[in-house]
Each structure stands twice: as structure tokens, then as C-alpha cells.
Design a protein around this ligand. Structure first.
Ligand code: FMN
Length: 196
């Protein structure tokens, strides 16, 4: 890894997700959250669609979100046990800062097909995660089957062309996360040989 000379690359290589249940206070304050969203807005975005937005879950709405998570769990599995439903509901209380990521896909756009709009959403999330780490926190995006549940879609008032991509949790881990093994660049890089 470069040594202090390439801070952006070093930050990217150092980034580690920390599970929302492990993140405790403090999380970023209002200014920090705005910086994270500003970083997201700097993502590549074909057609300037900005096909994504973020919804902050305030502390006083965590119980309401927990009810929506429980409803989603029951919707996805009507036979789900009370313990399973409660475990899902509890996830709404994880992470001192929690943001829903909503993607709006413009169908048949003349410039940016849906795949590019999803790519832009991924880049926006990555910028947000990196910004969270630059502010001294750790973060993770999580989803789960619940993101497609009608109960949750309704709770966020989603239109038909909108998708709940997941939730970004941000906070402080009790201990530094262990490094993760990642593939070497050469495993993911090849030289093009034109096929006829
Ligand atoms: C849109 C999206 C949703 C994800 N949802 C989950 C999830 O529900 N549960 C999970 O364990 N990981 C999920 N992940 C993967 C983690 O966020 C994380 O990237 C992975 O654990 C690898 O860790 P790392 O980011 O430190 O490399 C998701 C990733 C993306 C891009």
C-alpha cells in the first residue's frame, strides 16, 4: 500500500464494513451526514439523473421502522416465528445513524439505461461509505429480502419506479475491524484479445 502519499487510494483500501449491530454512538452529526450526502452526489451519473436519494431515519422514528420491519418479515413469511419477527424488528434500532437508500430508475431513458442508473447508485453509496470513514466512523450498507416487501415500500412511500436499495448504518465500532482478504488486482485484470 502507498505510504501517506495517496490518501484517497489508502482510504479506499482501508475501508471495511462493520455490521450495523456492532456500531455504537457517536455517529456523524447533521453536518457530517450532509457531507456524506454531498460525497454521494459527486458520484458518476450518466444523464445527470441523480437516480438515488437518501432518507435519514430519526431516533424518534426507530420504533415505527421496527414495526415496518416486523410487518415486512411477516409478509415475506406468514409462518415466521415471533423470535424471527422480533429479530428483524430489532435491526431498525441498529446503528446510531441510519439512512435508507432509494433508487429511482427511469425506464427507457435515451442516454442512461437502467444498468447505468444502478451503477450510479452503487457509486453514490460507495462515496457515502468512504465519506463516513473519512469523518472517523465506520459504516455498512445492508439490505435483506425485506427491501422488496410491500409493507416497507409503503412505509417509505415509494412510487412504482422506486426501489429500496438498502440501509446505510454509520457509527463507531467498539474495536477496529480486522483487515479483510481481498483479491489481488491481477485476479480481476486481463488484457483484451479481440475475438473474431
Ligand atoms: C446494496 C448492497 C446490499 C448489501 N446487503 C447486505 C446485507 O444485507 N447483509 C450483509 O451481510 N451484507 C450486505 N452487503 C455487503 C456488505 O455491505 C459488505 O460490502 C460486505 O460485507 C463486504 O465487506 P467490505 O465492504 O468490508 O468489503 C450489501 C452490499 C450492497 C452493495
Amino acid at each position: 500500500m502507498p505510504d501517506g502519499e495517496r490518501p484517497a487510494i489508502e482510504a479506499i483500501l482501508r475501508r471495511r464494513s462493520v455490521a450495523p449491530r456492532r456500531l455504537v454512538a457517536p455517529g456523524p452529526d447533521g453536518n457530517g451526514i450532509r457531507l456524506m450526502v454531498q460525497a454521494a452526489v459527486a458520484a458518476p451519473d450518466h444523464g445527470r439523473l441523480r437516480p438515488w436519494r437518501f432518507v435519514l431515519i430519526p431516533d424518534n422514528r426507530r420504533n415505527t421502522l421496527a414495526e415496518a420491519f416486523a410487518a415486512a418479515a411477516r409478509e415475506l413469511d406468514p409462518d415466521a416465528s415471533a423470535e424471527t419477527v422480533e429479530r428483524e424488528a430489532e435491526k431498525a434500532r441498529h446503528g446510531p445513524v441510519l439512512l435508507a437508500v432509494i433508487v429511482r430508475i427511469v425506464a427507457d431513458h435515451p442516454v442512461a439505461p437502467a444498468s447505468e442508473q444502478w451503477a450510479s447508485a452503487g457509486a453514490a453509496v460507495q462515496n457515502m461509505l468512504l465519506a463516513a470513514e473519512d469523518l472517523g466512523f465506520r459504516a455498512m450498507i445492508v439490505s435483506g429480502r425485506k427491501v422488496t416487501a410491500t409493507a416497507l415500500r409503503k412505509a417509505f412511500g415509494l412510487e412504482n419506479d422506486e426501489h429500496l436499495l438498502g440501509f446505510v448504518a454509520v457509527g463507531t465500532p467498539p474495536a477496529e475491524p480486522a483487515p479483510i482478504a481481498r483479491p489481488e488486482a491481477d485476479e480481476r485484470l486481463s488484457i483484451w484479445r479481440a475475438s473474431s
